[in-house]
Design a protein around this ligand. Structure first.
Ligand SMILES: [Zn+2]
Length: 186
């Protein structure tokens, strides 16, 4: 009888330890999640992305300057910089980097001040941009709608997101060398 009671007590102690361990793990996960959510909120609060809602885009072929909403401009950048059949997460990362790079350029003095523009459409100077019309024309007909929708989604689902350091946008350089190497070797 005494042996059975001892066993039962041992079982109860074991069960209590197990439940406590589970609680600790669960709570620490909750804490990590909450703190990263809070960080995100703080970052957005510190940076007023709304000041850069519109940008002046210089079309290098014509010399014309067009004022367009930043996120509409980014459709043309993502479409110009990355193939639409890349993974959605890669396109979203490209959208955030391009948004950050654009805002940084405007905040830190555009190369195109004399032309009354914030940024141009050349990848050799600022960053690539392609009009929707030209982009669609280069895709196969049956992929045009879905490809463009994917590009728009990558920008729309990251609206307001920029990469900050100390509350300021970073100079978010990016390159497409890997893609070029792929083309050369294939
Ligand atoms: Zn430029």
């Amino acid at each position: 009888m005494l042996k059975k009671i001892k066993k039962l007590i041992l079982y109860i102690i074991f069960l209590i330890i197990f439940v406590r361990c589970f609680e600790v793990v669960f709570n620490s996960r909750k804490f990590i999640q909450t703190s990263s959510e809070q960080n995100e909120k703080i970052l957005y609060k510190e940076f007023n992305y709304g000041d850069y809602t519109n940008i002046k885009l210089l079309h290098t072929a014509t010399g014309e300057v067009e004022e367009i909403p930043l996120d509409i401009y980014l459709y043309g950048v993502v479409a110009g910089e990355m193939p639409a059949d890349f993974e959605m997460e890669a396109l979203k990362a490209q959208a955030i980097v391009a948004r950050t790079y654009t805002i940084f350029k405007i905040m830190n003095g555009s190369k195109h001040k004399e032309q009354n523009a914030d940024i141009c459409d050349s990848s050799l100077c600022c960053q690539a941009w392609i009009s929707k019309e030209n982009r669609l024309a280069r895709w196969e007909k049956d992929k045009r709608d879905s490809n463009w929708q994917k590009i728009e989604n990558s920008v729309n689902s990251t609206i307001g997101k920029v990469i900050l350091y100390d509350g300021q946008p970073i100079n978010a350089f990016f390159h497409s060398n890997s893609r070029r190497i792929y083309r050369i070797t294939n």
